[in-house]
Every structure is written in C-alpha cells, then in structure tokens.
Ligand binder design. Structure first.
Ligand code: NAD
Length: 373
C-alpha cells in the first residue's frame, strides 16, 4: 500500500433505514483541514437531522452521487449501506458497522466483488481503540433510552413520593447484563429514583453495579474467562439452571426489566421465560435490548412492542437510533478517530486495530474471529 493521508479520498454514503449519520460537518472539516483528505458526500446525507448539504460543502466536502463516490473514493464510510456490487474504485475499502458475526451472509457480496470491508464493531476493546468504539457509544445511549422508554410505558412512577394523600413506593427495576448498556440503564434509573437490582455472569460487574447504588444479584459458579477479552462466555448447564431460577424469582417482584445480555457472535442468552412474565403485574414493562440477537425474553419480537397480559415488551436493539442527533455526534467522532488512525497506520502489516476490524481483504475473509466462532 502506498497511499499517504493526502491521497485518501473519503466517500460518505447515506445509511439505509437508519436515521443516524456516520459523520457530521465538523468532523468532515477536520478530515479536510487536518488530514488533508478529499471528501465526497452523498446528497441528503444528514437530512434526518435537518442538516443541509450546504453545511457539508462549507466544511470542504464535494457533493456528488453515489455512483461517482463508489468509483472515486478509496475509503467509503457509512453506518450500514446496501452494496449491490456496483462498479467501484479498484482499491476501495468499505468502513461501517456491520455486525459481521451475526450477518455474515449479508457480507458475501463484498467478498464476491473482491473489495475490502472493515467493521468498527470488531475493533478490540482496548484503551487505544476507545475513541473509535462505536459499540460503547451506542450501548450507553441505548441503555439510557431504554429507561426513558420504560418510564413512558410504565403505569407507575420511578421515585418514592410522599404526599399528604399518601406515599407511593419507588419502582423496582431489574437490569440483566451489566455491561456498557446495563450500567448506563442502572445510572439513569437511579437518577430517576428507582430501586435497582442487576445481574451479570461476569463477577467483575458486581463492583460497578454496587458503585452506582444498585444491588448485585449473585449466582455462584459462573465461568468467567480472562481470554474472552472482558466479554461473557457460554455458561454450564447447571449454572444456567440455577441462574434461571434466581432470575425468575427476581422478575416476579420487578416493575420493569431491562435486559442487555449478549455473547458476541452467539444467540443472546434466554433469561426471561414466559412463566416469569406471567408472574409480573399488569402495567409492568420489559425492554429487551438483545432482541436483534434472538432476545433475552422468550416473548420479545425484534423491532416490535407487544402487550402480553398487560405487560409491555419492547424488543429493540437499536434504541440509540431513536435519539439520532446524540448518536450521530458520538459516531462522527468514532469514525473520524478511525480514519485518522487508518491514515497513519494502514501500511503496518499487523496493526491490532486494523487487523482486528478488517473483515474482508480484497475478496478474502480476513478475520480470525470467523474461524474461531
Ligand atoms: P455485551 O453487549 O457483549 O454484553 C452485555 C452484558 O451482558 C455483558 O456485561 C455480559 O457479561 C452480560 N451477559 C452475557 N451473558 C449473560 C447472561 N447469561 N446473564 C447475564 N449477563 C450476561 O458487552 P459490552 O457491554 O459491550 O461490554 C463487555 C465488556 O467489555 C465489559 O467488561 C466492558 O467493561 C468491556 N469494555 C471494555 C472497553 C475498553 O476497554 N475500551 C470498552 C467497552 C467495554
């Protein structure tokens, strides 16, 4: 590879069916001014945020159609565009958020057309990659939004109210999975005055949960593997049975359950059984942030809100998409940081961030996580 950053042409495509925008005018201007990159923008890129094309022109970008972008740019960014095998620059690299372990079959078209693909959700969760970590950005917004959505549907209130007409007890919220989204949900629910309990298979999450003023529910004997890079791993059948029973009991007394439990590349663990929902009071709410990966709740339907015996069940893994201005602000910085890093490190053979996020290299599957999964 022989490019320097001044020879990189970045193309920015609109996302399909997603109101979020991967780069805002401010960061486009930084690409142009600081990194001396040429930037091509598809018209209407940020119309979902009421940002006019003229703001991108003023930031130094050229507005041009998708066909020209694909033929000209060597780095094409978007959140998740549709690629239909159109003619491209021979050295094109698509950069986005593709959930490759779950949607591998959708990526075959990039492989067939011998182009390269990088997915930012595959970056290693290391300090060096923190500024590019789209998973953390989106998970923390989703965790926050899950609480706001639940508060809207719940038929009670979150804080304790002591009034002349009597006392209202605070809502009891159970958070399943205390990773980035779960911790943000706990913090938001606590700020609103709810009583919060949380559960995670990673014992390390206990301290973080307690530091936010919530109670950590413990099940003895979890497999907590260091080698999984901080992520959860599949648990033994015995553990799963004991966990199921304990979670079942806690769900019965919860007014709201927010579930965020995921294992990368696998179906989400089933934590909320129908018999548990049967025991919840009418007017309660479940928000299942793992819905896209099969759901933590047996009853949840991805991208739908259903009513089961008076319990509202929201199945949505992309609640950050409901606050697109905030999501785009964070994503814009994440994508800028990645492009900046790419422009100075692309020639390094085994760079951990670039090889970690590289999924397809000129038509060849290039990531060991596919062979290991
Ligand atoms: P995730 O979205 O993959 O999973 C969410 C949570 O679900 C995790 O905490 C996981 O342990 C939990 N979970 C999985 N199976 C479960 C089960 N059966 N029951 C209950 N809980 C279950 O994870 P995430 O939120 O993206 O973060 C995972 C880890 O990565 C955390 O340790 C986090 O602190 C770490 N992290 C590190 C960095 C960094 O160093 N830059 C950045 C972000 C996250």
């Amino acid at each position: 590879m022989s490019e320097s950053s001044s020879h990189q042409t970045v193309g920015i495509l609109k996302a399909s069916n997603d109101p979020r925008v991967c780069m805002l005018p401010k960061e486009v201007n930084r690409l142009v001014e600081q990194l001396k990159m040429k930037v091509l923008v598809e018209p209407g890129l940020a119309e979902t945020l009421q940002i006019n094309d003229s703001e991108y022109s003023e930031a130094g970008a050229t507005l041009t159609d998708r066909e020209t972008i694909l033929k000209t740019a060597n780095l094409v960014i978007s959140i998740n565009h549709e690629f239909n095998g159109e003619a491209t620059n021979h050295d094109i690299r698509f950069i986005g958020i593709f959930n490759p372990l779950y949607y591998k079959s959708k990526l075959a078209i990039y492989q067939e057309h011998k182009v390269s693909l990088y997915s930012l959700d595959f970056l290693p969760r290391t300090t060096l990659a923190q500024s590019m970590d789209v998973l953390s950005s989106m998970a923390s917004l989703s965790g926050y939004r899950a609480v706001i959505r639940a508060a809207n549907l719940y038929n009670g209130i979150f804080p304790m109210f002591t009034t002349a007409a009597g006392t209202l007890t605070p809502a009891k919220i159970l958070v399943l999975g205390a990773g980035v989204a779960g911790l943000q949900a706990i913090a938001t629910a606590r700020r609103l005055g709810a009583v919060v309990e949380a559960f995670d298979v990673r014992a390390a999450a206990g301290e973080e949960v307690r530091s936010l003023g919530a109670t950590f529910i413990e099940v003895e004997g979890a497999t907590d593997m260091e080698s999984a890079g901080g992520y959860a791993v599949e648990q033994t059948e015995d553990y799963k049975e004991r966990q199921k029973e304990l979670i079942h009991q806690h769900i019965q007394s919860a007014d709201i359950v927010i579930s965020t439990a995921n294992i990368p590349g696998r179906k989400a663990p089933l934590l909320i059984e129908t018999r548990s929902v049967d025991g919840m009071k009418a007017g309660s709410v479940i928000v299942d942030l793992a819905a896209e990966q099969g759901g933590n709740c047996e009853l949840s339907k991805n991208n739908e809100t259903i009513n089961y015996k008076g319990v509202a069940i929201i199945g949505n893994s992309n609640l950050a998409g409901e606050i697109p201005a905030a999501a785009s602000r964070l994503l814009s910085n994440n994508f800028f940081s990645f492009l900046k890093y790419f422009s100075t490190n692309f020639a390094k053979e085994d760079d951990p961030l670039l090889s970690g996020s590289r999924i397809i290299e000129k038509g060849a599957w290039a990531n060991p996580r596919f062979t290991e999964s």
